[in-house]
Write a protein that binds this ligand. Structure first.
Ligand code: FES
Length: 318
């Protein structure tokens, strides 16, 4: 994938524990275009990459904007962005990719949980620009933790945004059944945020009969896994017939890399899908947020950056 060198032209405080970054080409030239819902991979100063959704107007070519929540539950990627990346620095990013595209619909309902607002803010700008009917429901813990609040209130689409604060009055808390209502073929739902938030909206909508094809999800990060019971297993590569040990404390990607076999990966959290590998034999222990439950049940592919095996051996189509 094409890598870009960009300069951090502005670093801002968007809300409590949320930093905003405005990225531009060092020569001020046009960046590759993107569509609403796109994300970029950011190469962290200390190594590794993280995916961040672009939150600015997708018609802009002079900058990409991202926002990063300082999250104590992750492996340091967010702290590195907050502490080590400064205004004026140059960083490496990928070109934008979109796994969360907007589809044309008569009406769009956007559900944002916390920092999951970023791709939905981009969508809101797009929908407002084309005059499409939409509402953004934006849930956060408190006004102080609500990134882009002032910007949204000052925007031309502020009347399409409903804020829900956990610390606010009971009558303004998000009431998913009341908002989604009965299924309507002309309406599409988009949900982004922490896993608990997404699962709540998803379960309510599905329970009310909304078809999966009208519900679009993007997990903002993987849920923390309980790794206490992890054990070692073997993976066999179909092409060479060679078998490799995956120890209890390493991923399949790490184990194979240690033994000289490289698999392309990016997020290492089961979010992006870059590492997807076909499974020919054995039973997967899916730990990703990428596949649907139906895809996981087929047991014919998995994400070796985080998923493991329930059987003692997995045969991979590598
Ligand atoms: Fe992103 Fe595996 S590297 S899902």
């Amino acid at each position: 994938m094409t890598q870009l060198t960009v300069k951090v032209v502005r670093k801002t405080r968007e809300a409590q524990d949320i930093a905003g970054f405005e990225l531009a080409r060092p020569d001020g030239g046009a960046l590759p275009g993107f569509s609403a819902g796109s994300h970029i991979d950011v190469h962290l100063p200390g190594g590794g990459t993280r995916q961040y959704s672009l939150c600015n107007d997708s018609a802009e070519t002079h900058r990409y904007r991202i926002a990063v929540l300082r999250d104590p539950n992750t492996r340091g990627g967010s702290a590195s962005m907050h502490d080590a990346v400064r205004e004026g620095d140059t960083i490496q990013i990928s070109e934008p990719r979109n796994h969360f595209p907007l589809v044309h619909a008569a009406r769009t309902l956007l559900f944002a949980g916390g920092i999951g607002v970023t791709p939905l803010l981009c969508m809101a700008q797009r929908l407002a620009k084309i005059g499409s009917d939409f509402t953004l429901h934006y849930s956060t813990r408190s006004p102080e933790r609500t990134a882009f609040r002032d910007e949204i209130l000052a925007s031309g689409f502020s009347d399409r945004v409903v804020f829900h604060f956990d610390d606010g009055a009971a009558d303004q808390i998000l009431n998913v059944p009341a908002v989604v209502g009965t299924p309507d073929p002309g309406t599409h739902l988009y949900v982004c945020g922490p896993a608990g938030y997404i699962n709540h909206v998803l379960q309510v909508a599905q329970g009310m009969g909304w078809p999966s094809a009208q519900i679009h999800l993007e997990y903002f990060s993987a849920t923390p896994q309980d790794t206490a019971g992890d054990r070692a297993f073997d993976v066999k590569l179909a092409s060479s017939g060679k078998t490799y040990r995956v120890e209890a404390n390493e991923t399949v990607v790490q184990a194979l890399a240690r033994q000289g076999v490289e698999i392309l990966y990016s997020c290492e959290q089961g979010v992006c899908g870059t590492c997807i590998t076909r499974v020919l034999e054995g039973e997967c222990d899916h730990r990703d947020m990428y596949f649907t439950d139906e895809e996981k049940a087929k047991n014919d592919q998995f994400t070796p950056c985080c998923s493991r095996a329930k059987s003692s051996l997995l045969v991979l189509d590598l």
